[in-house]
Design a protein around this ligand. Structure first.
Ligand code: NDP
Ligand code: OXD
Length: 312
């Protein structure tokens, strides 16, 4: 029987205990603070584990399993156990949530919905310029992995003209793909709506900055559903105030929770959501964890292991 220890500030442990109990009846589930020995723990399923704790407490770990698709919350720990693989979450439920969020906000920006919402608050009946058909609207997706790839395909399915950008070349039907830093200006140039779904790595920190905004068409919409570490928030505010960006939909922030006095909260051109674009669904997430553990127990290489050099 394998033993799994669970840590998360947000996902409720009892849901995961039940879901993992169903997906893997022979797995012993232990909450982070539950009394018991640490000496027999095989797997740690975690979100934002306290720095240093995985190494200090668990000497027999076979893998660290991320509760989220992003692994920056684990790799930020400078003192991880040596040689223990970190595994990304790949959950269809999470992916569906990300696709829904991207569709919701890309369509809202496309149809000028934030401006109509502001007009309603002012009781103003005013027909704004009609939007072009989706087939004439160019949307760019930064990050074409499990989530970005699905988002790009879903947006192409609605009819938008899709461009995508990744580190290595990708081939996605209906999406014009660009790869590598050198291609970033060419990728950005016509994007009227830009969606960030990149992981936070040393290469992507601060990528949403004044220089990048200057390469977009004036008035472009921005959706950051990747990580707050990507965005230079002072540059977003300056670009919005200068009309360089038309509107920003932000799900992630440099500091989370977003401080109560942050200008984003009341900025008329900013939509704030509290890092909820998508969350891992315990039922489908548990089936994935069961599959990962079965592969490791069978002596196979773990799927979706993070490349520590690349940071994702
Ligand atoms: P993947 O690892 O599957 O994909 C990452 C993509 O980003 C790949 O296409 C990769 O390129 C690309 N990429 C990485 N580094 C660079 C770079 N330096 N330049 C260009 N492209 C780069 O990740 P997922 O799709 O599963 O998740 C993406 C991120 O979404 C997560 O890391 C997390 O930060 C965020 N997220 C946010 C959520 C929210 O609620 N807001 C929920 C879930 C995830 P390549 O294809 O060449 O490898
Ligand atoms: C994730 C997240 O990485 O929820 O899954 O941010």
């Amino acid at each position: 029987m394998s033993v799994l220890v669970f840590h998360s500030g947000i996902d409720r442990g009892e849901h995961w205990r039940a879901a993992l109990g169903e997906a893997m009846p022979d797995l012993a589930f232990r909450d982070w603070d539950e009394p018991g020995t640490d000496a027999d723990v095989d797997y740690a399923l975690v979100w934002k584990p306290p720095p240093g704790a995985l190494k200090a407490r668990f000497s027999t770990l076979k893998a660290i399993l991320s509760l989220g698709a992003g692994v920056d919350h684990i790799l930020a720990d400078p003192d991880l156990p040596d040689g223990v693989p970190v595994i990304r979450m790949v959950d269809p439920g999470l992916c569906q949530g990300m696709v829904e969020y991207a569709l919701l906000h890309a369509l809202a920006l496309h149809r000028d919905q934030p401006a109509y919402a502001a007009q309603q608050r002012s009781r103003l009946w005013h027909e704004r310029a009609a939007p072009p058909p989706a087939q004439e609207r160019i949307v760019g997706v930064m990050g074409l992995g499990r989530l970005g790839g699905a988002i790009a395909q879903a947006l192409a399915g609605v009819g938008f003209k899709l461009r995508g950008w990744s580190r290595s070349p990708r081939d996605i039907p209906g999406v014009t793909c660009f790869a590598g830093r050198a291609s970033l200006p060419e990728f950005l140039a016509p994007c009227e709506i830009l969606i960030d779904v990149l992981p936070a790595t040393p290469e992507t920190v601060g990528i949403l900055n004044a220089d990048l905004f200057a390469r977009l068409p004036a008035g472009a919409g921005l959706i950051n559903m990747g990580r707050g570490a990507h965005q230079v928030e002072a540059d977003i505010l300056a670009a919005l105030d200068a009309g360089r960006l038309g509107h920003a939909v932000l799900d992630v922030f440099e500091t989370e929770p977003l401080p109560a006095d942050h200008p984003f909260w009341s900025h008329p051109k900013v939509t704030v959501t509290p890092h909820v674009a998508a969350i891992t669904q315990p039922a489908s997430g548990a089936r994935y964890i069961a599959e990962v553990i079965a592969r490791i127990e069978a002596g196979e290489p773990p799927p979706n292991a993070v490349d520590p050099a690349a940071g994702y």
